[in-house]
Design a protein around this ligand. Sequence first.
Ligand code: OKP
Ligand code: ZN
Length: 350
Amino acid sequence: MRVVYSPLHARHDGGVELHRGALLPSFESPVRAQFILEALQRGGFTIVPPRDIPETRLLSVHDAEFVEFLRGAYARWTDRGRDGSMLPSGFPARGLRQDHRPSGIHGSMGYYTFDASTPIVAGTWVAALAAARCAMTAAALVTEGDSAAYALCRPPGHHAGRSFYGGYCYLNNAALAAQYLRDHGCARVAVLDVDYHHGNGTQEIFWERDDVLFVSLHATPESEYPYFLGYADERGAGPGDGCTLNLPLPLGTGWQEYRAALDVALAAIGRFTPDALVVSLGVDTFEADPISAFKLTVPDYARLGAGLAAAGLPTVLVQEGGYAVAEIGDNVAGVLAAFAERQTATPRNT
Ligand code: OKP
Ligand code: ZN
């Protein structure tokens, strides 16, 4: 399994976030990708750079004015004499207008994001674009015959929707990979999100689609981020009715309960009969994660990798969360090594 990686991720650095009432350096930091890369190099994986995929591909899942906002946001901030990290100051809650995008930078930020955890800094756009290209390059490798590929994306993507950012995410890397597969020979694609947090952005993007199944295992949004989506009664709408499956789990979930939910997810994916699988691979389900409350252990990540391989599908794995940086490399490498060892899918085009 090849690994797609760009050093441009490191340009997204120096942001702060509002965490439980305190302004802290972002948990989502460059050392995460550095430690993953080092573990994969030790594990003997081949590392390749992303292709120079045209920015217009972003419009396959994102709104053009939203992409324009992300591209130009920091310049608008510095034009006003500011530096450092951009965070919003207000949001359009119930009773406020959602049909009007304010022209000013503060109102625009509140319009396009849904939290105060997702700073925009000078290098955010360059890094987010590189991550999106990593995900689409991994998808390209799979459409060209690799049985699996892994995109070492940073910043992550699964909280970003068609026209909103949040949850450390700006562009939805997994959705871009899934759409790339759809546009290059895969009639049906399943997305399985195993990050600790619900992939609300991916769900929103494919909500009314019957060609992309979205299945997510995550901590209950009753107490966990993103709070306002990810409940079991969300099933999709219109043609997509029944093509969203949420499996929220209680705090304290360990491997036994996780495995049972994973089996439910894999059975649903099997019934959908997809041509390919995209995995939103967060390892913030780890017992020592500083912002999460599941209890998976280092050896459980090999079990997860074997379980994902058992789907028997050409697979694009896309990095999402994981904030216990000391173990993040071992946990990701554990998934990928077990996956590569067990995968029995016939490569496409062979
Ligand atoms: C991104 B991904 C900490 C509270 C939660 C946002 C969490 C985003 C997780 N400030 N803040 O799904 O790992
Ligand atoms: Zn997460």
